[in-house]
Design a protein around this ligand. Structure first.
Ligand SMILES: C[S@@+](CC[C@H](N)C(=O)[O-])C[C@H]1O[C@@H](n2cnc3c(N)ncnc32)[C@H](O)[C@@H]1O
Length: 265
């Protein structure tokens, strides 16, 4: 009984904390929203920003998206690939187009985005006309043909999937990649170890994937942690690991980056 009461109190306190953070973010974002008007695509409403970035801070939405696009470009360039040389790019789990908006002036590739949240896709379709969007199911196939894309990136998406969904999506994304095409994935690695309970840390150190909150997969309430060895030996086995950059996802700090490639032939 006492535990029930304290649980209710804790939940109430957390709700109040959450509201105050949202209120603070909203107030801080007002001048940035005003100064942004007329520059680039419109900004999503606060509740959509919160859904994808766990914050309504407009500056972070813009700067973080910019940093994500720059680090994606830089890691590809380090591996001999320029964005402009690609035929087609897919942002898997594109959210509110936080990263896609920064490709508006990219010359060359066709741009595509997909997400399982229909509200986010509806907003993107209306506001980012230079991208072709589709909605997908949490664990359903994509409507794209086999071997459609030269690059697929999934920023902070595998970080919210339970293990069966990880396997499903790595296979599905591999299916729609062209031979020689790249899959750029960000994950929670070593940096996040302190967030885990000691038993979970031990599992991570043994090279096991750790999923917290697996009943809410797809949402930010489900957090998944990937040891480097798990990615190399288990999840990404059908793909070449071209690069691994610990804490390299600058717009999704401080997630690790895996740059994978579908083998030729
Ligand atoms: C933390 S947000 C990141 C959004 C975006 N990639 C970014 O960096 O701004 C995670 C996104 O993944 C999407 N997502 C989660 N599971 C998905 C799935 N199975 N298929 C498509 N999108 C998914 C969520 O709807 C959400 O938009």
């Amino acid at each position: 009984m006492r535990n029930d009461r304290s649980g209710v109190v804790t939940r109430a306190v957390n709700r109040v904390k959450h509201w105050s953070v949202r209120a603070r973010d909203r107030v801080r974002s007002l001048p940035v929203r005003a100064s942004h008007r007329g520059q680039g695509p419109p900004l999503p409403p606060s509740r959509l920003m919160h859904l994808v970035a766990a914050s309504e801070d407009v500056s972070w939405f813009l700067d973080g998206g910019k940093q994500a696009s720059s680090s994606l470009r830089a890691i590809l360039a380090k591996n001999g690939v320029t964005m402009e040389s690609l035929g087609s790019i897919l942002d898997f789990g594109c959210g509110a187009g936080r990263v896609l908006r920064h490709w508006e002036n990219l010359q060359g590739p066709t741009l595509h985005g997909t997400d399982y949240n229909p509200t986010l896709i509806a907003w993107c379709q209306k506001n980012l006309p230079f991208v072709q969007f589709q909605h997908n199911e949490l664990g359903g196939g994509l409507a794209y043909q086999d071997e459609s894309f030269d690059l697929i990136y999934a920023l902070s998406v595998f970080t919210h999937l339970d293990e069966p969904l990880q396997y499903f999506w790595i296979r599905e994304l591999s299916r729609i990649l062209r031979p020689g095409g790249y899959l750029f994935i960000t994950t929670h690695g070593e940096h996040y170890l302190p967030q885990l309970a000691s038993e979970e840390q031990e599992r991570f150190r043994r090279g096991e994937i750790v999923v917290v909150g697996s009943r809410r997969e797809g949402s930010n309430d489900c957090a998944t942690f990937h040891p480097e060895s798990y990615m190399r030996s288990t999840l990404a086995t059908g793909l070449e690991v071209v690069d691994f950059v610990p804490e390299g996802a600058l717009g999704n700090p401080r997630q690790d980056v895996f740059l994978l490639r579908k083998p030729q032939g």
